[in-house]
Design a binder for this molecule. Structure first.
Ligand code: ADP
Length: 323
């Protein structure tokens, strides 16, 4: 292997730049030439390759987002699109690719692997919805950001005797919502993995109100059947059942941005380094991520297309603690 490329794809995540920096510098230290691909798979198909040097990744370890840019690329979902991407890489003499991204992006990298192109992944998404890993790159920062917002919301909720529906990201995975609720001391958590009856949420809020709580926080995952807007709509005519005056905050993309935490910088650094080693050592079609207290590689075939289960013990713990 002489020349590799690195791209970031799908939803950006804090720590992606640390991973890019590590891929570039470890790759160069391994005697490889390293190219960056702009705008994910769209850039791969268009041949947007940029030669990277140790200097071109200077000063980026603490930056949120991704200096290479990211994109969603419908064309890459077609075999024709993927063939074009491989042709572009071959035309540029690139014989290995590191894909930093989440479930969708890694589905794409697995398909490239199946077409015989050497790939390595870095498990990266704030949603933590990749099967097989304990934590993906960006989750720690997103969780801390969501928590900071929750703490701010609690102080105003408490002053006004209000209940807040706080919606957090996570797509179909309730991890971010559950952990935000646990670490932020929320009264109720609503996750996509459990079919929650909004009237049961109303009852819990009413009970909290009658117990004399000064406020109540409901953390709602964006992928839940009743997201924050749907829940607020459901409660609109039922104010008396809830007790508290109700407000809603959708945290949205603030959770994606910002300075990566120490954990995410270290995870990006170590997983990026492992991805290069996987390519160099010929362990193609693997993905690096955080598992059982260290960075480990799993075959993409074992990771892609499966649903990450939510830990039921933690869900019950959140319920017990919300008193
Ligand atoms: P994430 O990687 O954060 O989960 P997406 O699900 O949006 O983000 O996927 C990012 C990109 O990965 C898509 O725009 C597409 O180019 C590629 N991709 C996603 N799913 C597939 C698939 N089933 N087959 C091929 N490529 C895919």
């Amino acid at each position: 292997m002489k020349r590799i490329a690195v791209l970031t794809s799908g939803g950006d995540a804090p720590g992606m730049n640390a991973a890019i920096r590590s891929v570039v510098r470890v790759g160069i230290a391994e005697g490889l030439e390293v190219y960056g691909v702009e705008q994910g798979y769209a850039g791969l198909i268009a041949g947007r390759f940029v030669p990277m040097t140790v200097r071109s990744v200077g000063g980026i370890i603490g930056l949120g987002g991704t200096v290479l840019g990211s994109a969603r690329c419908p064309e890459f979902r077609t075999e024709e699109g993927r063939r074009k991407a491989i042709e572009q890489m071959q035309a540029h003499g690139i014989d290995g690719l590191v894909v930093i991204g989440g479930g969708g992006s890694q589905t794409g990298s697995l398909l490239l692997h199946r077409m015989g192109f050497p790939v390595a992944g870095v498990a990266s998404t704030i949603d933590n919805d990749l099967y097989g890993f304990d934590l993906t790159l960006g989750v720690d920062t997103a969780l801390n950001t969501a928590l900071e917002s929750l703490d701010r919301i609690r102080s105003t909720a408490s002053s006004h005797h209000r209940a807040f529906l706080v919606e957090v990201m996570g797509r179909d995975c309730g991890y971010l919502a559950l952990m935000t609720a646990l670490a932020g001391g929320a009264e109720v958590v609503v996750v996509p993995e459990v079919d929650v009856d909004p009237d049961a949420v109303a009852r819990e809020l009413r009970e909290a109100y009658e117990r004399g709580k000064s406020h109540a926080i409901v953390v709602v995952a964006e992928g839940a059947r009743y997201n924050a807007a749907a829940m607020a709509e459901h409660f609109r005519e039922r104010r008396d059942e809830v007790g508290f005056e109700l407000r809603m905050t959708v945290l949205g993309h603030v959770q994606r941005g910002g300075t990566p935490t120490a954990f995410d910088r270290l995870l990006g650094t170590r997983a990026g380094a492992m991805a290069v080693k996987l390519l160099v050592e010929g362990r193609h079609g693997h993905i690096a991520g955080w598992l059982e207290g260290k960075v480990q590689a799993l075959p993409l075939e074992e990771v892609v297309g499966k649903k990450r289960p939510l830990e039921p013990d933690l869900l019950s713990l959140a319920e017990v603690l919300a008193q």
